[in-house]
Ligand binder design. Structure first.
Ligand SMILES: NC(=O)c1ccc[n+]([C@@H]2O[C@H](COP(=O)([O-])OP(=O)(O)OC[C@H]3O[C@@H](n4cnc5c(N)ncnc54)[C@H](OP(=O)(O)O)[C@@H]3O)[C@@H](O)[C@H]2O)c1
Length: 315
């Protein structure tokens, strides 16, 4: 009995090389060696234009690759043209179609113009992945008005502007789907309260838009601790804390960019046709655990019960 499985690399048409697995049950194509290994059907988004904000790095870059591998034409939005050009070249090399549209999503006029430019090029926008975002760690008491407003504009106002323009300029007439990327901010976001407030606002916006803009579907994805480029933007003193996160997760690890992308792709797909106004958590159940903390003082207790007694175990 020799080895009965083998892998071959072949080129089909003008596309990139594909991997064919030969097995006793036949030959199976598992994708291209130089392209994304999605669990979704290859032509799922064929002919569709999808806008991915923050597509120049991290989760947005990964999602742009997956959508392009599934046939979408991807419009990459971000502030830095160099990052968008890099991802454009990566996607082109993998056989996909993408184009960069530099824009600061916090600027209303710029957002109006960039959405119009995408429509001018592509003719329609079928989906929006509202992923651009970011924040700086700071306790609430030290956040200035300027710092607060900057983070809220990035993570709430910018997402609203992108969604509103995609809706009014195209989706209102032609339909579509929107996924807003938020964060694990349930029960607060200690150390990043400005971002938590903005993300909670984005979830509420998602719920309102799902109703007002139906049949356009609007959902949210809330990533937890994801091993992405965003983690490198925190100050060096947070490195020890970041490295300890896998031990604090019920999954025993951080999430991958692909695991967030898969959730986004599912919500944009026809399989999610009856899902709108929802939020899909991609966090390995971290928020389900009670967080340990060091007490900084004691709150005064109220005890008005005249027959109260201390449980023996505590006395
Ligand atoms: N990684 C995690 O653990 C995690 C967890 C929860 C939520 N998230 C959220 O998921 C999203 C992606 O995170 P990531 O880890 O992939 O971070 P990332 O690599 O820092 O990506 C954020 C992207 O947003 C773009 N961006 C930021 N401000 C912008 C603005 N004003 N206008 C246009 N583009 C802007 C950045 O590009 P430019 O610099 O070129 O503008 C960048 O490409 C973010 O919203 C993040 O907060 C991440």
């Amino acid at each position: 009995m020799g080895a009965r499985w083998s892998a071959r690399r072949v080129r089909s048409g003008r596309g990139p090389r594909a991997v064919l697995i030969d097995s006793p049950r036949g030959t199976r194509r598992i994708g291209s060696v130089s392209s994304y290994q999605s669990v979704f059907r290859q032509s799922l988004f064929a002919g569709q234009t999808v806008v991915v904000t923050g597509g120049g790095s991290g989760i947005g870059r990964c999602t742009a690759h997956e959508l392009a591998s599934l046939g979408a034409h991807v419009a990459l939005v971000g502030r830095k043209p160099g990052k968008l050009e890099q991802v454009h070249q990566e996607i082109t090399a993998a056989g996909g179609v993408a184009k960069g549209y530099p824009c600061d999503i916090r600027e209303e006029d710029a957002v109006k113009k960039i959405v119009a430019a995408i429509l001018e090029d592509a003719g329609r926008i079928d989906a929006l992945v509202n992923n651009a975002g970011g924040q700086f760690p700071a306790p609430l008491e030290s956040i200035s008005q300027k710092g607060w407003e900057t983070v809220v504009r990035t993570n709430l106002t910018g997402g609203f502007l992108m969604a509103r323009e995609c809706y009014t300029q195209c989706m209102k007439a032609k339909g579509g789907a929107i996924v807003n990327i938020i964060a694990d901010m349930w029960q607060g976001m200690p150390g990043m309260g400005h971002s938590g407030a903005a993300r909670a606002g984005m979830l509420n916006f998602t719920e309102t838009a799902a109703f007002e803009w139906a049949p356009v579907r609007v959902n949210a994805v809330a990533p937890g601790w994801i091993a992405s480029s965003g983690m490198d933007h925190y100050p060096p003193e947070m490195a020890t804390h970041i490295r300890s996160l896998p031990r604090k997760s019920p999954a025993g690890r951080l999430g991958t960019e692909s695991e967030v992308s898969a959730a986004i792709v599912f919500l944009l797909s026809p399989a999610a046709g009856f899902i709108s106004g929802s939020c899909l958590r991609v966090d390995g159940a971290v928020p389900n655990a009670k967080r340990a903390f060091e007490p900084r003082g004691r709150t005064p207790a109220f005890d008005g019960f005249h027959l109260a007694s201390t449980p023996k175990v505590l006395s």
